[in-house]
Design a protein around this ligand. Structure first.
Ligand SMILES: C=CC1=C(C)c2cc3[nH]c(cc4nc(cc5[nH]c(cc1n2)c(C)c5CCC(=O)O)C(CCC(=O)O)=C4C)c(C)c3C=C
Ligand SMILES: [Fe+2]
Ligand SMILES: [Fe+2]
Length: 337
C-alpha cells in the first residue's frame, strides 16, 4: 500500500478473533452442573417464560433434580483435559492460531461458565487488540445461542471506556465451505470405519417450536443444511431434532423417534452426525453416541456409527480460515489469506 510521504507509518492494528461456544460445567459433579445450569437456564433468550413464573420452577424442580442426573451423564464423557466442549473449543482456537500466524490473535470463550466472554475480551484488549471479530461457532443462527453470545459480548463492551471495534460472524449454515467441510468429514470417518450405511441422520439440537413461529431462523437453516449435505453426498440424509427440554412442544421430528421410524422403513445400518454442533459435547457424546445408539439397536437396527463433530479437524480449520478471513477484510492485509 502506498502511503503519502512525510506521514508517519500507521501502526498496524492488532486484530483479535474470539471463538465463542455455549459453555459447560467446570467439573462433572452436581455442584458445578447446578451452577452452570442456573446461569444457562436463567438466560431469558434461552427460556422465554416470564421470570416470575420460570424462576420458582427452575430453583425448585429443575435445579434440585437435574444437576445430579446431568453430572452422571457428564461423567460418562468427561475427558482428561476437561469437558469435551471446552477441550475441543480450546484445541480449535490453538489450531486456528497456528493457521493464522501473526495475522490475528485467536482466543476462545464460553457464553456460560468459564472462560467467560467478558474476561477474554478484557484480556484481548489488554494485549492490544483494537479490532475484534466475535465468532460464535453456531452454523445455524438462533436467539438462544448466537444472539445471546453477542448480548454477553456487548454487555462487557458496555463497561469499557475505550472499546475495540467489533464485527460478528454471520451464520454459515448454507456456506459451500461449511457443506464441503461436513461432507469431507463424513466421508473421512466412514472410510476409516469401512462402513457404508443405508442412510445418514443429521441430528440438530432442538428448540421450542414456538421460536420458529416467532421468526427464529434456526429451524429453516437446519433444514437447509441437511438438504445441502444430502446434495453433496451419495447417501440419503434425514433430519431430526434432539435434546428436548421442558414441557413445551419442540421442533420435530425428534431424533430417537426418527431412528425408530427409519428402522421400520428398512434402514438397518445408520451413521448419525450432529452438524449443528461445532464441537462434541454432552449432547453428542452421551445423548447420541451412547443413548441414541442404544435406542436404534433396541428398535431393531443393526449397525450404528456416530460421526464426530468438526471439532479441531483439518476440515474445521480450513473452514474457519475461509469464514473468518472473509470477515477480516480491510482489517488485515488480504494477501495473508
Ligand atoms: C447447537 C445449538 C444449541 C441450541 C439451539 C440449543 C438450545 C437449547 N438448549 C437448551 C437446554 C439445554 N442445552 C444443554 C446443553 C447444550 N446445548 C448446546 C447447544 C444448543 N442448545 C450444547 C453445545 C450443549 C452442551 C453443553 C455441554 O456441556 O456439553 C443443556 C445442559 C445439559 C443437560 O443438563 O442436559 C440444557 C439444559 C434449551 C432450553 C434450548 C433452547 C431454547
Ligand atoms: Fe442446548
Ligand atoms: Fe441432552
Amino acid at each position: 500500500m502506498n502511503r503519502p510521504t512525510g506521514h508517519p507509518a500507521i501502526p498496524a492494528p492488532r486484530v483479535g478473533v474470539l471463538l465463542i461456544n455455549l459453555g459447560t460445567p467446570d467439573a462433572p459433579d452436581a455442584r458445578s452442573v447446578r451452577r452452570y445450569l442456573a446461569q444457562f437456564l436463567s438466560d431469558r433468550r434461552v427460556v422465554e417464560i416470564p421470570p416470575l413464573i420460570w424462576q420458582p420452577i427452575l430453583r425448585g424442580a429443575v435445579l434440585t433434580t437435574r444437576p445430579r442426573k446431568s453430572a452422571h451423564a457428564y461423567g460418562q464423557v468427561w475427558m482428561e483435559g476437561g469437558s469435551p466442549l471446552a477441550v475441543h473449543t480450546r484445541a480449535t482456537a490453538e489450531e486456528l492460531q497456528r493457521a493464522l500466524g501473526d495475522t490475528a490473535m485467536v482466543d476462545w470463550a464460553m457464553r456460560y461458565g468459564n472462560p467467560s466472554i467478558a474476561s477474554r475480551l478484557e484480556a484481548m484488549k489488554a494485549q492490544g487488540c483494537d479490532r475484534i471479530l466475535l465468532a460464535a461457532l453456531y452454523p445455524q443462527y438462533s436467539a438462544a445461542t448466537t444472539a445471546t453470545a453477542h448480548d454477553a459480548a456487548f454487555a462487557a463492551l458496555a463497561r469499557m471506556r475505550w472499546q475495540p471495534a467489533i464485527r460478528t460472524l454471520p451464520p454459515y449454515h448454507d456456506d459451500p465451505a461449511y457443506i464441503a467441510a461436513l461432507a469431507a468429514s463424513v466421508e473421512r470417518h466412514l472410510a476409516a470405519l469401512d462402513f457404508t450405511p443405508d442412510a445418514l441422520l443429521a441430528s440438530f439440537h432442538g428448540m421450542p417450536e414456538r421460536t420458529l413461529h416467532l421468526g427464529d431462523p434456526y429451524h429453516c437453516q437446519a433444514v437447509k443444511t441437511a438438504r445441502l449435505l444430502g446434495e453433496a453426498l451419495p447417501l440419503p440424509v434425514h433430519l431430526s431434532f434432539q435434546s428436548r427440554f421442558g414441557r413445551a412442544k419442540w421442533l420435530e421430528p425428534e431424533t430417537e423417534a426418527t431412528l425408530g421410524k427409519l428402522v421400520s422403513e428398512g434402514v438397518r445400518n445408520i451413521a448419525v452426525l450432529t452438524p449443528g454442533f461445532s464441537a462434541d459435547c454432552l449432547e453428542t457424546l452421551e445423548e447420541i453416541a451412547l443413548r441414541a445408539r442404544d435406542a436404534f439397536l433396541r428398535q431393531g437396527g443393526e449397525k450404528f456409527a456416530f460421526l464426530p463433530c468438526l471439532n479441531a479437524s483439518a476440515e474445521a480449520i480450513s473452514l474457519y480460515h475461509i469464514l473468518i478471513g472473509r470477515e477480516l477484510a480491510g482489517w488485515v492485509d488480504e494477501t495473508s489469506f
